[in-house]
Write a protein that binds this ligand. Sequence first.
Ligand code: EPZ
Length: 434
Amino acid sequence: MEQYMIKGGNPLVGEVVIGGAKNAALGILAAAVMTDKACYIDNIPNVKDTRTLLQAIEGIGGLVERQNTHRVMISGSTIQNSENLVIDDEFIRKIRASYYLLGALLGKYKRAQVALPGGCNIGSRPIDQHIKGFEALGAKVTIDHGMIIAEAEELRGSHIYLDVVSVGATINIMMAAALAEGKTIIENAAKEPHIVDVANFLNSMGANIKGAGTDVIRIRGVKELHGTDYSIIPDQIEAGTFMMAAAATKGDVLIKNVIPKHLDSISAKLVEIGAYVEEFDDAVRVISKERMKSTQIKTLPYPGFPTDMQPQMAVTLALSEGTSIISESIFENRFKYVDELSRMGAKIKVEGNTAIIDGVESFAGANVVAPDLRAGAALVIAGLCASGVTLIDKIEYIQRGYEDFEGKVRALGGIMEKVETEQEIKKFKFQYAV
Ligand code: EPZ
């Protein structure tokens, strides 16, 4: 299996260009099947999750023509409106966001079947709010043999109050409501940048969605949607990950192709712990020369500090001076990386949804295993800061959300290679005299 091999100690210095937002792309790619016309979508991150969703779309007969690494044409014209619109287990097991096709297919064909997504390494990940929304729109939702079956004679607009701020439920309900009769209001909606991007994409197809980015989204259903040519926003979390890596390695990095506003909570916390952050129109520069200071973090829905940045922040604080506290309010099991970090010398105690972090001077490289996507990215940052060599296993998790991570790190002066054979490991050790 492929692994990342990292020799730590080099501060990251230089420029990095951020790719398209994975969590916007997954909603947008699914929404594209809601029209029979051609949807051209650009700035798609070339990561495992987007490749898997495109396979799922082809699996139900959707037309997918790759124009280049980051651009695709999708049309739903070749999907047969029949009983067998089934997103099967294979795709759901790979990425739970395949369930976005439920909202898209229900909206367009008034029927869809998707394998029930399991939990994953960060929590149980229920979908009760998605089902609540579909039922409010008039769909009958049943769960049978691990499949969710949603069907409706017709979908009628409704006033839906989400019990939990849910990104997935907000996007899924927004898609189904876009082609429902009448007006839908989603209260307590998620406000993440990717919600706004999916709403903008649907509006570019002729939908009528207002208020995305606030906690009340108003949708007037339309008869049908047309084609579009759309470019996805930059990835807030990839940008945040490189900001954290710059600070943790005491580097100086210009992170390009970002929307600084989307990074406000991350920039604010970096400044609070002693980093220097400079904002430009579509870039941020992060510089740190001194050891970082401690702080308190509570993960919250946007615009609060993002849960997807929690592990990366934890690594930075684990090397900071003093004691920091992180409380994870979104997911119930998002500290699995702590055991791995402890092998590198971190001093972190987890009590329930809170991590108490006693900063240490340095990490020592070790063999570690990525428990999930963002924890894996955090272990890369830890390896870049550690003395000696760190070998990270199960990097397929990291490859779900980071395109050419090792190439971007190397371009910033980090020593990081993707290795698979003993030969490649030996070559790395010889090349870097470790
Ligand atoms: C999205 O997951 C992201 N994934 C996650 O990013 C991100 O961590 C999460 O939003 C929060 O920002 C994608 O966009 C593909 P939620 P999602 O529904 O939609 C509870 C990454 O690293 N909940 O906002 O599944 C749920 O258990 C990934 O890129 C219900 O109770 O998250 C959680 O506690 C990891 N019932 C909270 O809401 C529901 O029906 C937020 O979940 C749905 C959710």
